[in-house]
Ligand binder design. Structure first.
Ligand code: AMP
Length: 306
């Protein structure tokens, strides 16, 4: 059993009204991989970097047991670079720079032992790259989850929908769900999107939690209210990593397990935003995570009889 995560391993520069960091460790696969690694032992990453990405950071991932053999290192190449600035509300952000660099030529080749992964997480990349990864799997995974962004909904709708038809779960935010479905109301949006043949749909609503939909069921997972948010970058990817790490550890994708996976996702997302980059994610323990999961469960427990 293993969990394969495909996505960017990058450098980010982040500016908020309260502070800034330049060229720190980022990337969707980095956040998701770190988040998953506390919940599940066999996490495998697929990405591409230049030889400018710190070897020490690669070693830290390896020391946590993350398999990095699927990360291609391009000699003399530059890693993906993203720069963003957050609004006062610490939710809305403007992308200032996206330098694809080595990602421009990304042609993922899965190492042999990745091809039988039972859990596959496709981070936000071109729908073609996401499909290329799916087609390399020699055994049908138990669960394929994919993320995407408004950019692909706008410019590559057809191939995006083709990719969605090949996966089990789509994880997107509320604005993306509206854009993809053409429906403002999220229940209607969910109905439309589930028609692409998905088993589950997750709609993330940032600090307002996340919704899980199947054809017949719905669940709401709250986000933990935090007094201070340092850097929201990577929260969505940490959420996905937490969710996938939990599901892989259980080996079960029933609706009840999906519900719990959203709580683990919310916990990992809440840690991520407490510091810049992956700093907080690198300093966690199973006990700290367990306490936060309990806090989240307490937060929404109602002990009155209807
Ligand atoms: P999130 O805040 O969860 O949406 O994820 C932010 C992370 O995604 C950052 O660490 C970036 O390096 C990475 N990222 C930003 N833009 C893109 C993009 N266009 N494609 C892939 N990854 C991206």
């Amino acid at each position: 059993m293993s969990l394969t995560i495909v996505g960017t391993v990058a450098f980010d520069s982040v500016k908020t009204p309260y502070g800034k960091v330049d060229k720190v460790i980022g990337g969707a696969a980095t956040f998701a991989g770190w988040a998953a690694s506390y919940l599940y032992q066999h996490v495998q990453l697929v990405s591409i970097i230049g030889d400018d990405w710190p070897e020490a950071e690669m070693d830290k991932m390896k020391n946590r047991g993350i398999d990095t053999s699927g990360i291609e290192i391009v000699k003399g190449g530059k890693s993906f670079y993203w720069e963003g600035e957050y609004d006062k509300n610490m939710i809305d952000r403007t992308t200032l720079t996206t330098d694809l660099n080595v990602l421009d030529d990304f042609d993922p080749r899965l190492p042999g032992h990745y091809k039988e992964s039972e859990f596959l997480m496709l981070g936000n990349l071109t729908p073609e790259i996401q499909q290329q990864v799916i087609s390399q799997m020699t055994k049908k995974p138990k669960l394929i989850v994919m993320d995407t962004m408004n950019f692909w909904i706008d410019i590559a709708r057809d191939s995006l929908i083709e990719t969605i038809r090949k996966v089990d779960v789509l994880s997107i935010n509320d604005e993306e769900a509206r854009l993809l479905s053409g429906e403002y109301n999220l229940l209607r949006a969910a109905d439309r999107i589930l028609e692409y043949g998905l088993q589950y749909l997750i709609i993330k609503k940032g600090e307002h939690g996340a919704l899980l939909f199947s054809k017949d069921n719905m669940f709401f997972a709250p986000a933990l209210p935090l007094a201070e948010i340092t850097d929201p970058t990577g929260a969505g990817d940490s959420f996905a990593g937490g969710m996938m790490g939990y599901l892989a550890s259980q080996g079960d994708i029933s609706f009840e397990h999906m519900k719990m996976s959203l709580i683990y996702g919310a916990a990992m997302g809440s840690f991520c935003v407490e510091d810049y980059s992956i700093r907080k994610l690198q300093s966690l323990s199973k006990d700290i995570i367990k306490t936060r999961v309990k806090d989240l469960i307490e937060l929404s427990k109602i002990n009155i009889e209807a």
